[in-house]
Design a protein around this ligand. Structure first.
Ligand SMILES: Nc1ncnc2c1ncn2[C@@H]1O[C@H](COP(=O)(O)OP(=O)(O)OP(=O)(O)O)[C@@H](O)[C@H]1O
Length: 264
């Protein structure tokens, strides 16, 4: 086994990455992002709907290719890497649930290795289910026999099946109730620490980003407009767009505190 990377090693680099759409490239989904993500960090990518978060994430595992610039994973352009290796080293939790409805839970978890020509053992599937706090016998169930939160746990188990170094999550908890969302967020953060992952999580929810991440990137109209730690953001840093997003949970907390004050 190779020694773990020192904590300041860049695992992911966006080098002037752009993605445009339309006949005349008139839609700028991502308009030139420059950013480096260090190994071991937990990064939240936040921004309004349509700001380019999913497109940026999809360029990491080549679901979308840049129209300009490059994405480097472990120092190498992702478009020049073996796709099966890349999919193994980069786990992806899709927006929404994204399980195949006609496959069992176990088959869903094993799909990545299977596409790479490998069979995941029953023991490994049990281990992955246990990792996300599901019973191993759930492997035989169909996705529609699970709750939304359980399905999303299976999505996380599937992303971890190839023992990835980098975990990408696109709005992983969007469809969940707040309690399940909170529990799953904490679980993912714990797995991030335990498995020594680097994690990039797209979320609309600034409170979630502030609570879970070490670093928050804010996108607006295809551009990165803030790159700050949660404490910097809470102290008022990061600029106008970032502060607009921080204001939402802050105002909610203030309103709740005022209500509590009136009830006391
Ligand atoms: N395949 C596509 N063809 C044309 N335009 C696209 C395509 N994919 C994304 N876009 C456009 O690019 C912009 C960024 O989309 P993207 O999905 O990356 O945003 P997002 O920040 O992830 O949004 P959300 O939070 O709603 O998921 C949007 O204006 C979107 O309409």
């Amino acid at each position: 086994m190779s020694a773990p990377d020192p904590p300041d090693t860049p695992i992911l680099t966006f080098d002037r990455v752009e993605r445009r759409y339309g006949d005349d490239d008139e839609v700028i989904a991502v308009g030139g992002v420059d950013c480096t993500i260090q190994s071991g960090s937990f990064v939240a990518l936040v921004g309004a709907s349509g700001s380019g978060k999913s497109t940026l994430l999809k360029m990491v595992n080549t679901l979308v290719t840049p129209t300009a610039g490059r994405v480097l994973f472990a120092g190498e352009d992702v478009t020049e890497q073996s796709q099966s290796q890349l999919r193994r080293r980069v786990g992806y939790v899709f927006q929404g649930i994204g399980l195949f409805p006609h496959f069992t839970v176990g088959e869903n978890i094993a799909i990545g290795p299977r596409l790479a020509g490998e069979t995941l053992s029953t023991e490994r599937i049990s281990e992955l289910l246990t990792l996300v706090e599901l019973e191993p016998d759930m492997a035989a169930r169909m996705p529609d026999e699970l709750s939304g939160g359980q399905r999303q746990r299976v999505g996380v188990a599937r992303a971890l099946a190839g023992d990835p170094e980098l975990l990408l999550m696109d709005e992983p908890f969007g469809a969940l109730d707040p309690i399940t969302r909170d529990a799953l967020g904490e679980k993912v953060r714990e797995l991030h620490e335990r498995l020594g992952l680097t994690t990039v999580m797209v979320t609309h929810d600034m409170a979630e980003a502030l609570l879970l991440a070490d670093r928050v990137l804010v996108m607006d109209a295809g551009l990165l407009v803030a790159d700050a730690s949660p404490s910097e953001l809470l102290k008022g840093g990061g600029g106008e767009v970032a502060q607009g997003l921080v204001a939402v949970p802050r105002q909610q907390a203030e309103k709740l505190a005022a209500m509590e004050g009136r009830l006391a």
